[in-house]
Design a protein around this ligand. Structure first.
Ligand code: HEM
Length: 413
């Protein structure tokens, strides 16, 4: 795809979250910005966006739903107010938005959120453990006895898709299409609008077809539950079900794929931690929390609702604001030795799953998938290492994780 914007010249005044260098060097870029006395960077790209880097600022924005709307949470070429008059683009305005509850503001938000919570409660998620374990082992069996394997392409990218497709009642054979739509929504934001439109149309048509099929042939799954659910006394429209399914597909796949990949990347580049965890699998749950803190995959966004001053900068209505939870997780005011990855960190109140009313609904599932994926990988490959840094390919955009992660297998079981 063509790019609208070229390479970044200056991260302080021209940053771009979709520049391939951003995710590759994210922590160094943020450290340099902070060292240069710039805790909140600005760019004119995408019609104007801010990047606050302290825990205090991220926390404040996440809780201030009056000044910061969630109507769209992905910074891209189109701002809703610019296309509201064009029916082919217009999504429902705040407080509902196109993919409730993540695109919703209060008071509607909590009603939409309540509909999804039961499906992700521990009593629904915990029983999935044996199935996830089986899938992870099967993926490793498929790798055969090669000297090097790609832990992203052959492993992490498959695990969340299998679970989400099953929960929603969508065919697993469409896994590649799901991943291509995830790429479309989150990664290709620097491509011209015209190039992306057709793909969005294809995504919507796919969902419409499957929702129609669920209406005609009811079965037990989350799409079915949503079609039968009531929101404030009325049944959901199929557009709203489509919006929620879009959210679950996107939020449930890329995030956990990245979380698993980031954990394996850390282990592949840190022999001491790798050997310690392989020898002490009981430590994995605490280590996973540290991987979530130190390599939090998800940055969300907000739109400014009215002109106002924020920590010394003048924000204008319709400016974008990125909410880098990963930067909040590395704030020295919040964590001791924040840049160090301490796999047995005792106090770890990280923000990887967000802050405030939109805190992640899927955190039980994400934690389970990450724990099982790391455990099985270490059981089967007790020793492994990164092939080379250059061959690791990072995602672009607001969800950060390896998309190619070649590792050399040093021992296997
Ligand atoms: C490691 C994996 C994951 C991470 C790091 C993560 C992170 C986040 C974050 C930071 C938010 C807050 C968004 C905001 O403030 O705008 C969020 C919201 C959300 N996440 Fe996750 N997520 C993960 C996995 C999942 C999974 C597996 C699902 C479900 C299948 C899921 C479903 C959601 C939903 C539905 C919301 C919106 C909640 C609301 O608006 O009230 N996430 N997630």
């Amino acid at each position: 795809m063509t790019s609208v914007y070229g390479p970044v010249a200056d991260w302080q005044s021209d940053f771009d979250h979709a520049d391939p260098e951003y995710n590759r060097n994210i922590h160094a870029i943020w450290e340099d910005l902070k060292a240069a006395g710039c805790p909140i960077a600005r760019t004119e790209r995408y019609g104007g966006a801010w990047l606050p880097l302290t825990h205090e600022m991220v926390h404040e924005i996440a809780y201030d739903t009056d000044h910061f709307t969630s109507r769209t949470v992905v910074v891209g070429q189109i701002k809703p107010h610019e296309v509201d008059h064009l029916p082919e683009f217009a999504s429902p305005p705040a407080p509902i938005g196109g993919a409730p509850p993540i695109t919703s503001d209060p008071p509607f938000h909590q009603h939409a959120r309540r509909l999804l919570l039961p499906a992700f409660a521990p009593k629904k998620i915990d029983p999935l453990r044996p199935e996830i374990e089986r899938m992870c082992n099967e993926l490793i069996d498929k790798m055969g006895d090669k000297d090097a394997v790609d832990a992203a392409v052959e492993y992490s990218q498959h695990i969340p898709v299998m679970i989400i497709a099953h929960m929603l009642g969508l065919p697993l054979e469409d896994a590649d299409r799901f991943r291509s739509w995830v790429h479309l929504v989150l990664e290709s934001v620097n491509a011209p609008r015209e190039e992306r439109e057709g793909r969005f149309h294809e995504f919507n048509e796919y969902l419409e077809t499957h929702i129609r099929d669920h209406i005609e042939n009811p079965r037990e799954d989350l799409i079915n539950d949503l079609l039968n659910a009531e929101l404030m006394g009325t049944k959901l429209t199929s557009e709203m079900v489509g919006g929620m399914v879009t959210l679950i597909l996107i939020a449930g796949i890329d995030t956990t794929w990245s979380g698993i990949g980031n954990s394996i990347w850390h282990l592949a580049t840190n022999a001491v931690d790798r050997r310690r965890l392989a020898a002490n699998p009981d430590m994995i749950p605490v280590a996973v929390e540290e991987f979530l803190r130190a390599y939090a995959p998800v940055t969300m966004a907000r739109l400014v609702t009215e002109d106002h001053e924020f920590h010394g900068v003048q924000m204008k209505q319709h400016d974008w604001v990125l909410l880098p939870f990963p930067a909040a997780n590395r704030d020295p005011e919040q964590f001791e030795n924040p840049t160090e990855v301490v796999i047995d960190r005792e106090v770890n109140r990280h923000s990887a799953f967000g802050l405030g009313i939109h805190r992640c609904i899927g955190s039980n599932l994400a934690r389970l998938e990450m724990n099982v994926a790391v455990k099985v990988f270490l059981e089967r490959f007790p020793d492994f290492e990164l092939v080379t840094d250059e061959e690791t390919v990072w995602s672009t955009g607001q969800v950060r994780g390896p998309r190619r992660l070649p590792v050399r297998v040093l021992s296997r079981r």
